[in-house]
Ligand binder design. Structure first.
Ligand SMILES: [Zn+2]
Length: 345
């Protein structure tokens, strides 16, 4: 990629209200059968159009074809019963109704590969596709078969690797694994979480990214953040391990957060996808604020390794707010880019 400070949405964008009820996680589809297939594709087209129009450099699908970033993947696998739902505690924070593992898990057919190929047709710009990470997957379901988080994570890692290789073949440039669970279960990250993530990216030629965050801007997460004290040092647990890993890009929150910016030093050498717009507030950032957040990171990451993004997915936000935040993101990145390249002239 030639652009300095490229911009990217980290994950989900709000869906059109004709496709799913807005401002809601796990929002049910408003269409079915062929109309749903067509509706998802139209929503994906609109998401690509808005990203390009608003100056986003690395294009993603905005997760328009999935109900949820984890469960939609899980529901496509054999061994998972999605009608037999159970309520479990997610990320040690909030309860949700999730599918149940009832037998050996297996990917009998590709999950997102067709959608990714469709995204590839829509643009010549680099594209990024997000998959759930193995640890976050096991933390978003009920298991009545393996009775071991580690064993199930290892199975999922193999399945994710199959899917990732086919996404790569479909032309995806960056494959991202979402691992918010890495900010919660530190012992497990050390014991087997990192190893499972490495298994998921094994043999990939596409760039690989991991997104670790404090979650969507929903009440359960903002309440949790309020208990974390004046400095959020959760990244200090996983970053030294990621620095030693084969993952190319690390995506983290920054804007409006209490994360000490120097944690980025712990992933020195990696590309950094920095959250420079907040997803927990409806206020639209001013470009100067976005540029300020990005500028602070430059002490710890080379400018040619910095990607500007949102703190997390934006699915729960009103659509106009999320789109305005994309514009703010690229305007802020452009300001800083001008500053950096202007200095060379
Ligand atoms: Zn996130």
């Amino acid at each position: 990629m030639n652009t300095l400070l490229p911009t990217a949405a980290v994950g989900s964008l709000p869906k059109p209200s004709w496709l799913a009820e807005p401002e809601k996680l796990w929002s049910p589809w408003a269409l079915d059968a062929d109309a749903l297939v067509e509706g998802k594709q139209d929503a994906l087209r609109a998401a690509v159009h808005e990203q390009r129009r608003r100056g986003i450099d690395i294009i993603s699908d905005g997760e328009q074809t999935r109900q949820h970033f984890v469960t939609t993947f899980i529901e496509h696998l054999r061994g998972v019963d999605f009608e037999n739902r159970e309520t479990v505690r997610i990320r040690d924070r909030y309860d949700a109704s999730v599918p149940t593992v009832v037998g050996a898990v297996e990917r009998v057919k590709p999950v997102f590969v067709q959608d990714a190929a469709f995204l590839r047709q829509q643009t010549d710009q680099p594209i990024k596709w997000a998959l759930p990470g193995p640890m976050t997957m096991i933390d978003t379901l009920a298991d009545r078969y393996y009775n071991s988080r580690e064993k199930l994570a290892w199975e999922f890692a193999g399945i994710l690797n199959q899917e990732a290789k086919e996404l790569e073949a479909a032309g995806v440039d960056i494959i991202q694994f979402d691992e918010p669970a890495f900010n919660v279960f530190f012992d497990e990250v050390r014991d087997w979480g990192m190893a499972a993530l490495e298994r998921a990216v094994e043999g990939l030629r596409a760039e690989t990214a991991v997104h670790i965050c404090y979650g969507y801007g929903i009440k359960a997460n903002t309440d949790w953040k309020a208990t974390l004290g004046p400095e959020w040092r959760q990244y200090e647990e996983s970053f030294p391990l990621l620095q030693q890993s084969s993952i190319d890009i690390v995506s983290l929150e920054s804007h409006n957060s209490r994360i000490p910016i120097e944690v980025i030093e712990l992933i020195r050498g990696k590309k950094v996808m920095l959250g420079a717009v907040d997803v927990a507030s409806h206020d639209i950032e001013r470009p100067e604020e976005v540029a300020h957040t990005l500028r602070r990171a430059l002490e710890f990451v080379d400018a040619d390794k910095l990607i500007a993004s949102s703190n997390c997915g934006m699915a729960p936000l009103p659509r106009d707010v999320a789109l305005a935040k994309l514009s703010a993101l690229s305007a802020g990145a452009a300001l800083l880019r001008q500053e950096l390249t202007g200095a060379l002239v």
